[in-house]
Write a protein that binds this ligand. Structure first.
Ligand SMILES: [Zn+2]
Length: 577
């Protein structure tokens, strides 16, 4: 792989004009982004390299996260803002470069502590000798890796054992890592303060374009408006799954078993989502929308580095006219992660989409989700440049991903394309809708918690004491399952990502409703057959080619005032449950 030599922090910030400095930064972010994507793909998926050394890549581009870079970008941004006087900061390239440089700076400053934390988490063990758990071979398990416990919690049908395993897992984490997690949060806040942004909530709101005040209100509204429907449906589902009473007995330990555990009831339906049919079903669906998925996403299976370099690196780096290409890796290699992921290396010619198909509803959902991201990236116009295509927050691209994931909430598609009976389609929609409503209420509660967590953070008397109680109260109220105070330190998303997900849900519902109304048939209930109309694909492509547009821009183009208008989402939720 050829590597572009890059100026160091000092000469970049002193000897160049602003325009040259910005151009070099863009090139650096783009080149390092490509290198990260390739290194990860070769290591985790293709298994052609033995180690993933991200530090090496970071080290090649020291200017990207240097303090001088952050300072200089801030100066340029101030001048730009003064000159423009108004306008959406999300439209400014300097804004995105500045936010990315701050993130790189924080990542760099906290790299050692973060790595230590991750390593300790990876090695954390839970002693389970009294629980009588057996592995696949029927042998008694005495110790589990902390990271493997969720898989067991999903499978264990005995409520007492589930609870005991959850309590042990929780205790181990709190003893080893809770304090370190709080320290990391504190250190990041201190660094932000030193950079001149003592109020992290304010900074992230400005950086992401989310209006946190409005989001908090919408979260409250959603919790109130879906409270009785949720309690009624979840109580019935919990009773059917566990034989227990939801209001008095349900706890955090029960959630994944209740929603995703093995169930005879779903066996016939899961069998219809076979390993082999996953990619063909996606091809059929997306091709009919005229998205040319079979053509863009040809399966790859590289046997050697020579083959990879020839087919990928050279074709991307030396292309005179960029090819549109999704590198679809569905090979069943040992050690390859089974869960689908997407990694855009270069727009539009090198978008990795990897999955090791296992079959079943949950596996299909995640593949359709990632295929949504992959097609968005592949259809971005390369002339937009790196900043417009790949920087900014994830809300819009998440809503494109949810759009395809939510074909599994579309009765018409489930019946006519996925081969389910009318009754089965209805059952899948009800199940999916309940899972989504749970997630939505969980994210609403998490968001309220995280917004409160950083309230008055720059007050000298600020403390994180008492946050556990707030967490337990909010999450228990929202989800109906009883949460413990100790769990909060393993349930905070960095830098308010929670707001992206929450907003993507309402934004996707806006998009879906527009597609149904504009492109569905009048004879079909609510226009659910929109996915058969190539004009719907054309409309999507017209959005995608604009790049990674802001959530506000997407919502406005769909005819709404704000991405957090919940009306379409609540409509779908009420209809599907
Ligand atoms: Zn996603």
């Amino acid at each position: 792989m050829s590597v572009h030599p890059f100026p160091t922090a000092s000469n970049a910030s002193q000897n160049t004009s602003d325009a040259e400095f910005l151009a070099e930064l863009k090139k650096g972010f783009q080149r390092s982004g490509t290198e990260f994507a390739r290194a990860y793909y070769l290591f985790a998926t293709a298994r052609l390299s033995k180690a993933y050394n991200s530090q090496e890549i970071h080290d090649r581009y020291p200017v990207l996260g240097a303090k001088e870079t952050v300072d200089r970008l801030q100066t340029i941004l101030k001048a730009e803002t003064l000159a423009a006087r108004q306008g959406d900061p999300q439209e400014s390239e300097v804004h995105h470069l500045f936010v990315s440089a701050i993130e790189k700076y924080l990542d760099g400053r906290l790299a050692k502590e973060n790595d230590e934390f991750e390593n300790e988490l990876n090695q954390l063990k839970v002693s389970v000798s009294e629980l009588n758990l057996k592995d696949d071979k029927g042998e008694l398990i005495t110790e589990l890796l902390y990271e493997d416990t969720p898989g067991y919690l999903k499978k264990i049908s005995n409520a007492e054992i589930r609870q005991a395993l959850y309590d042990k897992k929780s205790q181990v984490y709190q003893e080893a890592l809770s304090g370190k997690f709080i320290d990391l949060l504190r250190q990041e806040n201190t660094l932000m303060s030193e950079l001149g942004h003592p109020d992290v909530r304010d900074f992230h709101s400005w950086a992401s374009g989310h209006n946190f005040l409005q989001l908090g209100k919408q979260a409250e509204r959603l919790l109130q408006e879906t409270q009785s429907l949720y309690t009624e449906r979840m109580s019935a589902h919990y009773k059917a799954r566990t034989g227990r009473d939801f209001k008095t007995q349900a706890t955090r330990a029960d959630i994944s078993y209740t929603l995703h555990g093995p169930s005879d009831d779903m066996a016939d339906i899961n069998a219809k989502f076979s390993q082999e049919n996953m990619v063909p079903l996606a091809q059929k669906t997306f091709d009919r929308l005229d998205l040319r998925f079979s053509e863009l996403a040809k399966p790859v299976d590289f046997q050697s580095m020579e083959e990879y370099n020839r087919d990928v690196v050279e074709k991307t780096d030396n292309a005179t006219t960029p090819v549109q290409r999704i590198l679809l890796d569905i090979a069943r290699r040992e050690g390859k992660p089974s869960r689908a992921y997407v990694y855009p290396a270069t727009i539009p010619s090198e978008v990795y989409l990897s999955v090791k198909p296992e079959g079943g509803l949950d596996d299909y959902l995640s593949f359709f989700h990632e295929a949504g991201h992959a097609q968005h990236f592949a259809y971005e116009d390369p002339d937009n440049g790196y900043v417009k295509n790949l920087m900014g927050n994830n809300t819009s691209t998440e809503s494109y991903a949810y759009l395809f994931q939510n074909l599994f909430l579309n009765r018409h598609w489930l019946e006519h394309e996925a081969g389910l009976s009318q009754e089965e389609a209805r059952k899948v929609v009800r199940k999916r809708a309940l899972e989504d409503l749970y997630m939505l209420r969980r994210y609403s509660s998490k968001m309220l918690f995280e917004l409160g967590l950083f309230e008055n953070v720059n007050d000298p008397a600020y403390t994180m004491d008492g946050q556990g109680e707030r967490y337990a109260e909010l999450l228990t109220r929202g989800c109906g399952f009883r949460y413990n105070p100790g769990g909060w330190t393993s349930d905070v998303d960095a830098r308010f990502y929670v707001a992206d997900y929450f907003t993507a849900w309402s934004l996707e519902a806006q998009l879906r409703q527009v597609l149904c109304k504009k492109f569905g048939s009048e004879s079909v209930e609510e226009g659910e057959d929109w996915y058969l109309n190539p004009k719907a694909g054309e409309f999507l492509k017209s959005l995608w080619k604009q790049g990674n547009i802001s959530q506000l821009s997407l919502s406005k183009q769909l005819g709404y005032d704000t991405p957090t208008d919940l009306t379409p989402l609540l409509h779908f939720m009420n209809r599907n449950l």
